[in-house]
Design a protein around this ligand. Structure first.
Ligand SMILES: C[S@@+](CC[C@H](N)C(=O)[O-])C[C@H]1O[C@@H](n2cnc3c(N)ncnc32)[C@H](O)[C@@H]1O
Length: 216
């Protein structure tokens, strides 16, 4: 089994989150063994995959502002999945689907080649200790997997509050034949999450990156 990019956490599921997980209206997609059709799920919409949405506060806000995009939001943390489902239904968003799964497994098994219009990876777990760097999401191997599932000129938006990880992202992606891009100014499209606010309060600088899938 490959190294996990997350630490499995229990986390208490509140009654509201449990109820949101239990609705069965098709917004929560099960991890399957075969590719599923993005076109059937989001007819006519370009689809963005968000890896690791946390509580989903920013995800729901962005999806509300971007009805012209389909959003597949994947995380492994059950309480956050419940929160996002609750938000999506409360706001009445129709362009969001949610999965409780390792996004790398979703990419490998369910996402067809060259199908995603974009990827969002905001504040992936920093794994600050040197012996844990191998658990970081942005590696050459994962950049190849993500690149293989992305359309030509598709985007990969990243943000991190960890300077060493920002350097790693730039180093990996600048060397990678499937990606070109670099640091960009922070866009107001991305709302400040609690996670980001804590980083800013603690004096860490946030780096935003945007990469494009190169021509095949
Ligand atoms: C530091 S949090 C940031 C959450 C959110 N993007 C924000 O800005 O508040 C990182 C999130 O990534 C999730 N995560 C880590 N590895 C993942 C993976 N392979 N697939 C899906 N989610 C993952 C974690 O469960 C966690 O919720």
């Amino acid at each position: 089994m490959s190294i996990r990019t997350y630490k499995p956490r229990r986390g208490r599921v509140t009654p509201r989150q449990a109820a949101a997980l239990d609705v069965g209206d098709g917004l929560l997609i099960e991890l399957g063994r075969t590719a599923f059709s993005l076109k059937d799920e989001w007819p006519g919409l370009p689809v963005i995959l968000e890896i690791g949405f946390g509580t989903g506060a920013a995800t729901a806000m962005m999806a509300g502002r971007q009805p012209h995009l389909g959003l597949l939001a994947v995380d492994v943390h059950t309480p956050g999945i419940g929160d996002l489902l609750h938000r999506v239904r409360t706001i009445g968003l129709t362009n969001v689907r949610v999965m409780e799964a390792d996004a790398l497994e979703v990419l490998r098994t369910m996402i067809p080649q060259g199908s995603l219009a974009g990827i969002r990876t905001y504040f992936p777990d920093p794994w600050p200790k040197v012996r844990h760097h191998k658990r970081r999401l942005v590696t050459a191997e994962h950049a190849s997997l993500i690149g293989s599932r992305t359309v030509t000129s598709g985007t990969w938006d990243l943000a991190t509050d960890w300077a060493h990880y920002a350097d790693q992202m730039i180093d990996v992606l600048n060397k990678h034949p499937m990606w070109e891009g670099g640091a960009v100014d922070r866009t107001s499209d991305r709302p400040v999450t609690r996670y980001e606010q804590t980083a800013l309060d603690q004096g860490r600088e946030v780096t935003d990156l945007r990469y494009f899938r190169t021509i095949r």
